[in-house]
Design a protein around this ligand. Structure first.
Ligand SMILES: [Zn+2]
Length: 255
């Protein structure tokens, strides 16, 4: 998508958002502008001129945008979010693999579209918790550029609203996910102990395989079976903790 259109989309989103809250500072506008065109101009993103399948980059950028919001660096936060919006908008554009002409015609159509007026206070599309980010399909290509762009703008607005939600104005869903995440965040000492037990269990289990394979009683192997079960439980709790850590980046409920 063309640079000018990326900037237009960013502006439409931030203007609708600004209509809802205090006036948007020039820092923030400049941040969005820089971010909106950054992926086409800077490494490492520049390698692919048109950007598809960037779900991981998008979630990473949004998370960084959130962190800078919490650090009170709104300009830098806007830059990260602007770059995320770039990938979302590019994702709606048919790939050059579908044919260079299809791609070019689509881009030309987009540049002639009058962007929809956003209702003050945004759209009905809502992202209730940051955990939903990893489940979203950020953009789908569509033969109808107008519909695609409207979808992108709505999604970007919802992202901005989520990323810039102050800690004292969280939704009920967010508060619930924080209390769940707090419950699985381990203390440093309990993590240390469970790491040691986890390694011991794995060592015992593999040791029992070796001993049994050398002709010792299979009962030895069977007796060791609880240990791999512990390892499975350990891996499961690791994945829950990973989610909790992500939410901690978002809400900073523990230092
Ligand atoms: Zn691009």
């Amino acid at each position: 998508m063309r640079e000018r259109d990326h900037i237009r989309i960013g502006n439409a989103v931030i203007n609708a958002y600004g209509a809802m809250i205090a006036p948007v500072s020039s820092d923030v506008l400049q941040g969005f502008r820089d971010g909106s065109i950054l992926p086409d101009n800077e490494k490492p993103y520049r390698t692919a001129a048109h950007h598809h399948s960037r779900e991981l980059d998008i979630v990473w950028l949004i998370t960084r945008g959130r962190q800078e919001f919490l650090n009170n660096n709104l300009g830098l936060s806007a830059k990260y979010l602007g770059a995320a919006f770039h990938f979302i908008a590019d994702g709606t554009c048919p790939s050059t693999k579908d044919g260079a002409t299809v791609h070019r015609v689509w881009e030309q159509k987009v540049s002639k579209i009058r962007l929809p007026d956003m209702p003050a206070g945004g759209t009905k599309f809502e992202i209730r918790t940051p955990s939903q980010l990893s489940k979203l399909t950020f953009s789908k290509t569509s033969a109808n550029p107008e519909a695609s762009i409207t979808n992108s703008i709505n999604m970007c607005y919802a992202i901005l609203e989520l990323a810039w939600r102050p800690l004292d104005r969280l939704t009920a869903e967010e508060q619930l996910s924080i209390s769940k995440a707090k419950a699985v965040m381990p203390s440093k000492s309990s993590k240390f102990i469970s790491n040691i037990i986890g390694v011991l269990c794995l060592a015992l289990f593999f040791g029992s395989i070796i001993v049994t394979s050398r002709g010792y009683s299979p009962w030895f192997f069977i007796g060791m079976l609880p240990f791999p079960l512990y390892s499975v439980a350990y891996l499961y709790s690791e994945s829950r903790e990973k989610k909790a850590k992500f939410l901690n980046e978002w809400y900073r409920f523990s230092k």
